[in-house]
Ligand binder design. Structure first.
Ligand code: NDP
Length: 392
């Protein structure tokens, strides 16, 4: 029996709230708070059981502190935007409440995400006797847990990892992003980066690509990108010699993105327009469909997984573990597309791990630092079944 305060009523926030509502024996009370109260009310109206809602500007620490003091939750589950992470962590420190998120902090004026800002809270969270669980979505999140599962249960030692994220869905719009457009475009237009032999190697944006035949989808071109889970995985699993992250994009998406970049619409620095300052990427976000609105007509599947090589029983081995999620099925269940679904389900399970004491500690943690077994079991039970096979 516990009370959770969910912050952020977007695509992921909707899924988390639906999924928490399905497990009343753990989440006996749910409060959903966000900047726009109507979005909380809309999600509330879709649920089979009552929840509370609130309006909050999570950038404002005193406002967050006041809300936490009023609600008295056992856990704050942050599915707003990465910009809010530190303010919400500050509010949790002040009130002594545990914290969970799905994306690492990123300063609004600089497209650079990394764990340093949040890892720097380690001593303060430990001294306060509370826990922060970082990056508990799908990637980061389940991908880290797949790797922890391989390390614990399938290999003597792992050496090479390719994380592969494929969305083969069709949403019917010429151009839209599956999660927050600003965060998505900042991530995709950044320089690529991978880790090999103790070093980070940079590549030009989307310049390295190859085809992969995704189970239940077929061959798709996937592009090397930098992604945050690689930073924590090389820290916590030192046997990793090389790790890369790949994401698929359709030609239509890439063509739109190139044009938007060429005309300056993806810039994050303010420009003067008719006497006002506007940030082009924020303006573009206002024109694009909201990720939470894409679900209704979305068709097709996602496949996200990890290809892992290492040593098993003293011999070289190659292993593939993945989840396939269907956009239309996700929509039927929780009124959301599969990208929000695959993020919201693990966030709910992570919250469950913390609230039931399966994962506990004081300080700041990434998911691969805990036992993957109970989490892997819950993934299958709560809508994200996984498949594994040895290829060598
Ligand atoms: P959305 O843009 O759909 O939703 C974000 C929500 O946060 C909106 O409701 C927004 O409010 C609210 N919000 C923004 N700023 C504030 C604020 N200052 N105070 C209170 N609420 C605020 O994004 P998504 O749901 O797609 O993504 C949510 C998070 O999940 C992001 O951090 C994203 O990076 C992460 N993510 C993680 C993935 C993973 O696998 N690990 C994959 C996909 C997403 P408003 O409606 O008023 O704008």
């Amino acid at each position: 029996m516990s009370k959770v305060l969910i912050v952020g009523a977007g695509g992921v926030g909707g899924v988390v709230t639906h999924k928490c509502a399905q497990v009343p024996e753990v989440f006996s009370e749910i409060v959903l708070a966000s900047r726009t109260l109507e979005k909380c009310e809309k999600i509330k109206s879709q649920l089979p059981r009552p929840i509370e809602t609130a309006r909050v500007d999570a950038d404002n620490v005193p406002e967050m502190v006041a809300l936490i003091r009023k609600v008295k939750p056992d856990l704050v589950l942050n599915v707003a935007l990465p910009y809010q992470d530190l303010a919400i962590m500050d509010a949790c420190l002040e009130t002594g409440v545990n914290y969970l998120d799905t994306a690492n902090y990123e300063p609004p004026d600089e497209a650079r995400f990394c764990y340093k800002w949040q890892w720097d809270y380690q001593d303060r969270f430990r001294d306060r006797g509370i826990m922060a669980l970082l990056g508990c979505g799908f990637d980061p999140g389940v991908t880290n847990i797949f790797i922890a599962h391989a390390v614990k249960n399938r290999f003597d030692e792992i050496h090479y990892v390719d994380i592969m994220d494929c969305n083969a869905g069709e949403h019917g719009h010429p151009f839209a992003t599956n999660f927050n457009p600003e965060i998505n475009i900042r991530e995709v237009t950044a320089r690529g980066k991978y880790y090999e032999s103790g070093q980070w190697i940079e590549t030009d944006p989307l310049s390295v690509h190859q085809s992969f035949d995704f189970p239940e989808i077929g061959p798709r071109e996937m592009y090397l990108m930098y992604h945050e889970e690689m930073e924590s995985l090389v820290k916590h699993i030192p046997s990793i010699r090389k790790i890369r992250f790949w994401m698929t994009f359709g030609q239509e998406y890439l063509t739109h993105l190139r044009v938007l970049q060429n005309v300056g619409m993806t810039r994050i620095d303010p420009v003067k327009f008719q006497g006002c300052e506007i940030v082009p990427l924020q303006f573009l976000k206002a024109l694009l469909p909201e990720p939470s609105s894409l679900g209704e007509n979305y068709k097709g599947k996602t496949n996200i997984g990890c290809m892992i090589e290492g040593i098993k029983d003293g011999k070289p081995a190659k292993y593939y573990v993945y989840n396939v999620c269907d956009h239309a099925e996700a929509y039927r269940e929780v009124k959301a597309q599969a990208i929000s679904y695959t993020t919201g389900v693990p966030a709910m399970i992570g919250a469950m791990m913390m609230l039931t004491g399966r994962w506990k500690g004081t300080g700041v943690f990434n998911v691969e630092q805990f036992d993957p077994d109970p989490f892997m079991e819950k993934l299958t039970q709560h809508g994200l079944p996984w498949t594994e096979k040895f290829l060598v």
